[in-house]
Structures are given as C-alpha cells and as structure tokens.
Design a protein around this ligand. Structure first.
Ligand code: GDX
Ligand code: MN
Length: 413
C-alpha cells in the first residue's frame, strides 16, 4: 500500500483538490499528503476542504508545511524531501508516489501505472510524456546535454524525462536518498536531477512508463519564468560533476571487459501515441525571448565573458545591439557548456544572466533551424544530438584514460 504526495505552492485550489480526490479514491492508495510552503491561499483552501474529502473517500488525507531541510533556496526540494522524511518516520507504506499538483490531465491510471511497475519489481518508476518539439528545453539543453557530456557511458543520458515530477520510489530507495547529504541539501529545483542521479548511482532498476494523454499544467509566459529553474538545474549538474559513473573499458585487459558503475537496468515503455496538439503547439513566446537577449546587461557580465573564446564572446555580446543567436549551434553550445561547468557561479547574478542568455540563444537557434522543420525532424535531431554528445565525450574520456595510463607506465619504467 502506498502514499501519494502532492507538493504545492500557489496553485488553483480547485485543480489541486480535484487531483487529491482522484488519488484518495484510488483503491490502492492508503494516504494522500499535501506539502505546502506557507499558509497562503491555496493552503487555506485545502485546509478547509480536506475534512469533507476525507469523509467522502474514507481515506487518510494530510496537509503539512515543508520543513527547512536543505541549504539551497527553499523550494520544491525541501517540499519533496519533507515528504520522504514523513514517509519514513510517520508511515509504514511500501511506496511513495509524487505528482505535481497543477496537472489538469491527471487520472487514476497515472497511479495504477506507477504501481504496476513497482509490482513488477522496479524500485524506481517514472512517467514520461509526449512533448512538443520546443518544450522541455531545460531537459534537452541542460540536463540531458550535461549527462551526456559528463557521464557519457552511464544510463543517465538515456533517461527520457530526467526532470519529471511524477514518480514512485520504494522504501529502500528513500532510505538511501535521505542518508545522502547532497540529496538532503538540494532544497530547490535541483531536486529532480538529484533523485535521478542517485537512482542511477545506486544502480536501482528503473522503469519509465509512457502517459500518452500528456501532462497539461499551469503555463509559463516568457522564458524568464524559467530562469530560476534553469540556474538551479545547471548548478546541480555542476555540483555533481566530480562523481564518476563510467562504463570505461579497462584498457589493460582484454577487449570487452568493462568497469561498470552507472550501468543499470533501465526500461522505457514504447511511446505509442502522440496527441495531435503536441505536433502543433509552440512551447514558448519567441518574440518575447528575442527581447530577453537584449535586456539586463551589466558591466560585470562583460568581464566574465572573457573566459569564452572570441567567437562565443562576440556572439553573446552582439545582443546588446540586436538579437544574435545563430552561432549557438550544437558544437558551440557544447563548448560553452564545458566552459560554464568550470566557471559558472550560482551566487553571482552576472553569471546567472550569462547562462540565461546563452541558453535562450541556444533555444532560439534550435527553434529557428531545427524545430521549424516539423515535429519528427526535431525529435530525431534532439535524440541524435544527445548521441553525438555522448560519443564525443566518451571518445575523449577513453583517449584521456589511455594517455594517463601510458604516462603512468612510462613513469614506472
Ligand atoms: N512544497 C512545495 N514547495 N511545492 C512547490 C514548490 C515549493 O517551493 N515550488 C513548486 N512547487 C510545486 C508546484 O505547486 C507544483 O505542484 C510542482 O511543485 C511543480 O511546480 P511547477 O511550478 O508546476 O513546475 P513546472 O514548471 O511545471 O515543472 C515541473 O515539471 C518539470 C518537468 O516535468 O520537467 C516540476 O515538477 C519540475 O521539477 C520538473 O522539472
Ligand atoms: Mn507545472
């Protein structure tokens, strides 16, 4: 039996309540937990309506505020980790399931599918969804790109939706997660990346199930709304970069011998159907994003740009006069990303703005040269872009390992 959790901030209370009700009515759900940030309107409204829902469904429904567990910005991470702690300390359920509270296409099958995965034995089960070709731009350009460049032979770059908030963990997974300081500290938007990373690091078998009706939820206006999420997701990848998760051939031994850390059982359901609106939707406001490139320049940013090669520096800088982004093709983005991994500092607002401008530029370059050519072309491109990043990075790592080994051998001799 299981616990279903909805972390929530300021949301439409009717949407949240409807989702809580769907969860409470599910025959396999014992308890529903809503984790809020503070006692604002949404919280009050839930507080008022939950007693009635409890009577109707005859289930345990609880409402709590998140604790201060981590040391980053207090956000969704504190909310989710508070729920993990509650699950271990206050309940003896076997599984914990998370869903975003703002989903308007939520249904009982979302719960059943996660639980079926758990019944098959998977300790980690995640949902993934059809997405339009200009959606998921943090996932593709930051998370999957980072996974491919840093851990190219691990399972990480193969995970369909590494940032999704709809997932299930069995109790043993939660116990290991909460023992991990890096996970507890991640109180912000980086939490999704952390959970994904540690599921792979600990080699938990993972199933990704496909929800073909898609996830409709509260819409963002401009790309600026995503800035906080962007910098926190990048900061998380940067903070993890010294972990080794490789599947490196042992150069000394016979071919076919591998050192395997981060190679896990990972299965993904085939994405059978794609709803029509996914082909037709545009994920963000293109005109508004062009303005973002030109706004908010500070003298500090100009100094920081000096760590980039001239081509990148000049390309970004040109935005002071007119939007410039066509230089941010996949190779330039890789180059910029690797430099950002060395120099980005989340505590410096100028760095945040540089990362934001580079990312907006990359998204616009992709949108105008690739996404424009249609859904299937764009999706093929995105998957193969990640393949190319993996191949590039794996080759470099193997070359480096061989070189280091050669140096070691020659210094021994
Ligand atoms: N308790 C708590 N505390 N809940 C929060 C907080 C917080 O500080 N911030 C957001 N939430 C809730 C929010 O009310 C919603 O239920 C859920 O967390 C997700 O937030 P939302 O603003 O809807 O995020 P968005 O942009 O829809 O992103 C979600 O989907 C992404 C994805 O599918 O890729 C979110 O779950 C991301 O973490 C995920 O990367
Ligand atoms: Mn949402």
């Amino acid at each position: 039996m299981c616990l279903v959790v909805f972390p929530f901030k300021k949301e439409n209370p009717q949407v949240v309540l409807n989702n809580v009700k769907i969860a409470a009515q599910h025959p396999k759900v014992d308890e529903v937990l809503c984790v809020g940030v503070e006692k604002e309107e949404t919280y009050r409204s839930l507080e008022q309506n939950i007693p009635q829902l409890k009577m109707e469904t005859n289930k345990d429904i609880n409402l709590i505020l998140q604790e201060r567990i981590g040391n980053k910005r207090p956000g969704k991470g504190d909310g989710m980790n508070t729920a993990l702690k509650y699950f271990l300390e206050e309940t003896d359920h076997n599984e914990i399931l998370f869903f975003d509270s703002d989903i308007t296409t939520f249904g009982p099958n979302w719960i059943s599918k996660l639980l079926e995965g758990a019944e098959l034995g998977y300790p980690v089960v995640r949902h993934y969804f059809p997405r339009c070709s200009t959606d998921g731009m943090i996932t593709w350009m930051i998370t999957k790109t980072g996974f491919a460049l840093l851990w190219p032979t691990s399972e990480l770059p193969w995970i369909e939706q590494p940032l999704g908030g709809e997932l299930l963990f069995k109790r043993e997974v939660v116990e290991r997660f909460l023992q991990q300081e890096e996970v507890r500290n991640r109180s912000d938007w980086g939490i999704d990346t952390m959970y994904t990373f540690y599921s792979v690091k600990y080699c938990y078998p993972m199933l990704e199930t496909y929800i073909s009706e898609g996830k409709l939820h509260k819409l963002y206006g401009k790309l600026t709304d995503l800035k906080t999420m962007l910098v926190e997701c990048f900061d998380t990848i940067q903070s993890l970069r010294d972990h080794s998760l490789e599947l490196i051939p042992k150069v000394n031994e016979m071919e076919g011998s591998f050192l395997c850390k981060g190679g896990i059982i990972h299965r993904a359901e085939h994405p059978h159907e794609v709803p029509q609106d996914v082909f037709e939707k545009i994920g963000f406001d293109i005109e508004g994003s062009l303005t973002l490139l030109m706004e908010n320049w500070t003298p500090g940013m100009e100094d920081l740009l000096s760590v980039f090669p001239r081509r990148i520096r000049d390309g970004v800088y040109a935005n002071k006069k007119a939007p410039s982004f066509s230089f941010l093709d996949e190779h330039t983005w890789r180059e910029a990303y690797l430099i950002l991994l060395d120099h980005f500092d989340i505590n410096n607002e100028d760095w945040q703005e540089i990362l934001f401008k580079l990312w907006v530029g990359r998204v616009l370059c992709y949108t105008t040269t690739i996404a424009l050519r249609g859904y299937y072309f764009a999706m093929r491109y995105l998957y193969s872009m990640i393949d190319r990043y993996m191949n590039y990075s794996a080759k470099h790592k193997i070359k480096k390992a061989k070189k280091e080994e050669k140096n070691e051998n020659s210094s021994c001799a």
